[in-house]
Ligand binder design. Structure first.
Ligand code: MN
Length: 714
């Protein structure tokens, strides 16, 4: 087990500015908290976080990552809480430890969660700071190195499978070749010990029969490069049993060539020298066609750069050679971690939190072919996602910003419709709170609940939006139907006709309605007036009974406006001139009025305070002075109201009830604005005079569901 001073020394060696005091404190704190816990190997538990920290010093990670490694199992396995860690080591480290803890909890989720691709994405997405993932990978690597101590064979296999399917590909994704190789090979040893052993036996056999071969080749390659004045480090490395096994599976043949088991590597100083070295090899030895690859000009998506070639080497053996610079070599071995090292100076200058993921994306941005671009886009895409779980451990992927309501609808429409509350990680939260990666979400439902129009404001998924809108729409339609039916009932009764569904069914087609409800809704919405429907059913009802008695011209749109002066309740008109009541101000008896003459159209009657009159200020000759004829009262006039009313069940019905109780009659109704909370609408009411309308306004203002009522002016 690495001693405290050794660890600190290692970090100081590559990062002299590291916080020595904090490293020491973390070491001591973790040791104290893990106390006498032991691992299955019999080692003190504390040896594990120290080894993990040790692995990370090989990647030359910053001291916060090392401290995180030391503390990474505390929250899950000891009394220490995240709050304790934040108090003792600051928010940054607490955040990192929290990330690693969450990743560890994922391992406990159900099998369904682990469709490998989803799970890999999940892990990557949850590591908003890539350091979290690096600590996790080191944690896994150490657990794999000590896997043989785990007694339960089921558990061993599970961990090995997970490593093979999830963590090794993640390491590869981050360009960490060395991590990937070791993770795969350790998993291979558990999952297929016989297969691995047969490879090892074969390797041993080959070694015995050509023991000195690799060194001879290395020497000769080095000499060839020396002659051309290229200073290079040449090495040969055995491929891992797992990668040989994979290749054997692929080629379906036994391996016997050196190129099957070894890779030679030439490390030079500059990119120029890479191509020079390639030239030397290709001129000294025969080239195996079709095997040359230039990953320098076109790096792999994970940032890997090198030249690959295959030649018939000095010993007439076919050999694979990789040529790269020192920096490329470090990136090939350590991936993003190496990249961090080369950018460390920049990080210290701007002093901001280094964004690993940003860096990874930068690497990916260098990718130049479409395939790599696609990879890149995919990665960015799931940066916009959050991954959450049901209590059973099923994975639900949602867009960033999604709320428990979105989650509920993603689980099932029913669940969404009846959702009353949500518990996130066991705590009740407001339905509008955005979910975080790794949240476990439990939706509370009630059979009596229906979607709230409020939800529409904060949900982000299309599915939730569509369902909520559909529901609101349905509710509204119910209201319109009810209102329309009331309006029809009323007008039929008042005009002395019998209201029967049968009669209405006869005229459905004329109003382009498919059902009675359609027709009711159309009347409720104001698409058709109740009177239009009445006239369609009983053509004899063309003129309203009361108006027939008093004032044949009122609202009679079909009839030409030729008038006799005697028929109008207005004094001062020119006989024979057509009269209209202005739609901007809807003048009523009791109000001061004025007429404006328009050639060919007659007189339009406005209230004296109507804003429209401003337009006629320069043409006084068109104004005529009018007054109401007091003796003609009793006729009905249209007053137009602007009403803002709560959008709740029954509110429109009670509106029409109140107006009816006050002897008013709704002749038309039009929704001009609709929000989730309110209707804003124009209501035309037949009244006797301005005072009558004022009474109705007062009565409406007394209703709780009404927000405001006023005369509609323009
Ligand atoms: Mn651990």
């Amino acid at each position: 087990m690495m001693r405290q001073f050794e660890l600190v020394e290692r970090v100081k060696r590559y990062d002299p500015g590291a916080d020595e005091e904090a490293l020491n404190r973390a070491y001591v704190y973790a040791m104290k908290m893990h106390g006498s816990q032991v691992r299955e190997s019999g080692d003190p538990y504390f040896s594990h976080p120290i080894e993990v920290a040790g692995i990370l010093t090989e990647l030359k990670l910053d001291h916060n990552s090392i401290i995180t490694a030391l503390l990474h199992d505390l929250v899950e396995d000891t009394e220490a809480s995240l709050e304790d860690i934040e108090r003792l080591f600051g928010r940054d480290i607490a955040r990192l430890v929290d990330g690693v803890t969450k990743l560890s909890r994922l391992e406990l989720q159900s099998e369904q969660t682990k469709a490998a691709e989803n799970f890999r994405k999940l892990v990557l997405a949850m590591s908003e700071d890539i350091r979290v993932l690096l600590v996790k990978l080191a944690d896994r690597l150490h657990n794999m190195r000590t896997l043989n101590y785990v007694r339960d064979p089921e558990k061993r296999r599970r961990i090995a499978r997970e490593t093979m399917e999830i963590y090794a590909p993640l390491a590869e994704r981050l360009g960490m070749q060395r991590f990937k190789d070791e993770l795969q090979d350790l998993a291979f040893a558990e999952l297929n010990p016989d297969g691995r052993q047969s490879i090892l036996n074969r390797l041993e056999f080959l070694r015995r029969h050509g023991e000195t071969l690799p060194n001879t080749i290395i020497d000769q390659l080095k000499r060839a490069l020396d002659e051309e004045g290229i200073e290079a480090e040449v090495s040969g490395r055995l491929k891992t049993p797992y990668s040989i096994w994979k290749k054997m599976q692929h080629k379906n043949v036994a391996f016997e060539q050196l190129s099957d088991i070894m890779a030679f590597r030439i490390v030079v100083t500059t990119i120029g020298e890479c191509y020079q070295a390639l030239g030397v090899l290709h001129s000294h030895y025969s080239v195996v066609p079709g095997r040359f690859k230039d990953y320098i000009s076109t790096p792999k998506p994970n940032g890997y750069r090198s030249l690959h070639t295959c030649i018939i080497g000095p010993e007439r053996q076919r050999i694979e050679v990789q040529i790269r610079t020192r920096e490329m070599h470090d990136v090939a071995e350590f991936g993003v971690a190496a990249h961090w090292k080369y950018k460390q100076g920049a990080m210290q200058i701007d002093g901001r939190q280094y964004r690993w993921l940003r860096e990874l994306l930068d690497i990916l941005e260098h990718a130049s072919n479409p395939e790599e671009f696609l990879e890149h886009t995919k990665l960015e895409m799931f940066q916009d996602q959050v991954f959450c779980f049901t209590p059973k451990g099923d994975l639900i992927a949602l867009p960033r910003g999604a709320t428990p309501v979105d989650f509920a609808y993603a689980v099932h429409s029913e669940v969404g419709d009846t959702c009353v509350g949500a518990k996130v990680n066991g705590r009740i939260v407001p339905l509008r709170s955005p979910l975080q990666n790794g949240d476990q979400v439990e939706i509370l439902t009630s059979k009596n609940q229906t979607p709230s129009p409020d939800w529409e404001k904060f949900v982000v998924t299309g599915k939730a939006k569509a369902r909520i809108r559909r529901f609101i729409h349905m509710k509204e339609r119910e209201q319109y139907c009810e209102l329309g039916r009331q309006l029809l009932h009323k007008v039929f009764r008042e005009e002395g006709y019998e209201f029967t569904e049968k009669a209405l069914n006869e005229v459905l087609r004329r109003f382009k309605a498919d059902s009675l409800d359609d027709l009711y809704a159309a009347v409720g919405k104001g698409t058709h007036t109740a009177r239009e429907v009445l006239v369609a059913v009983f053509p004899g009802a063309r003129t309203p009974a009361r108006l027939r008695r008093k004032w044949p011209f009122a609202r009679s749109r079909t009839r030409p406006a030729a008038t006799k002066s005697t028929g109008l309740p207005i004094k001062g008109l020119i006989p024979g001139m057509a009269v209209h009541f202005a739609h901007c101000c809807h003048p009523l008896p009791g109000e001061r009025i004025v007429g404006i003459v328009t050639t060919g159209k007659g007189v339009t009657v406005h209230t004296i305070d109507c804003e429209t009159l401003e337009a006629f200020q320069d043409t006084p000759e068109r104004w005529i002075d009018l007054t109401w004829d007091e003796e003609m009262n009793g006729a009905m006039h249209i007053g137009r109201l602007k009403v803002v009313i709560a959008n709740e069940p029954g509110s429109l019905g009670s509106l029409s009830t109140i107006i009816g109780k006050n002897q008013g009659n709704i002749s038309n109704l039009k929704i001009v604005n609709r929000s989730v909370d309110f209707f804003e609408m124009l209501v035309d009411v037949e009244v006797q005079d301005a005072r009558h309308l004022s009474d109705i306004i007062a009565a409406l203002r007394a209703m709780p569901v009404i927000t405001s009522v006023e005369r509609a002016r323009n």
